[in-house]
Design a protein around this ligand. Structure first.
Ligand code: DQA
Length: 167
């Protein structure tokens, strides 16, 4: 009988720890209506068009961009928790829509996870009605980008990459 020596297994690339390369983009209430909702404020681009741009920016940057939309506060909270449970997520870009100005629950969810979160807005909320000038989520985020339309999201993704590189 011949015995064959089995060489020790070398660590393969697949076994090596994967770098976090996913950016989760969360769109809050009413953002599913983009394209037809107050286009003079939010523009004519639809949400699927915006998401496609972000996915393609992600590819350019070597990232996977995953976009989700919900009009429900608790669902957004759950998605923040779920993103933080994963080891492949670099951070979150969040347009919390009107919940920006009202949601302590979203503030607490962002503050309670270890993932960096960038607050973004299509419109320049600082230049709009008084109530939009207050953000309950801002203190829990690493920064806010507001007023650049779809570019606010793109800048948010780039900001996360820079933040992670410095961390
Ligand atoms: C918004 C600004 C919020 O005040 C508003 O409620 C939205 C969209 C923006 O992207 O400009 O729904 O977050």
């Amino acid at each position: 009988m011949t015995t064959r020596k089995v060489p020790p297994r070398l660590p393969t690339r697949a076994l090596a720890r994967r770098a976090a390369d996913v950016v989760v983009v969360l769109h809050g209430p009413n953002l599913n209506l983009l394209g037809t909702r107050e286009p003079e404020i939010y523009g004519h681009e639809t949400l699927p068009q915006l998401d496609a741009k972000l996915v393609s920016l992600g590819r350019e940057l070597g990232l996977t961009v995953e976009c989700l939309q919900s009009s429900h506060e608790g669902v957004l909270v759950d998605w923040l928790h779920a993103a933080a449970q994963r080891s492949d997520v670099l951070g979150v870009v969040l347009n919390a829509g009107a919940y920006t100005h009202t949601s302590l629950a979203l503030h607490d969810a962002i503050a309670g996870i270890r993932l960096p979160c960038v607050e973004v807005h299509l419109s320049n909320v600082a230049a709009r009605e008084e109530i939009r000038r207050t953000s309950l989520i801002a203190p829990a985020c690493i920064g806010t980008i507001s007023g650049f339309g779809a570019d606010s999201y793109a800048l948010g993704i780039r900001a996360l990459v820079g933040y992670r590189a410095r961390a």
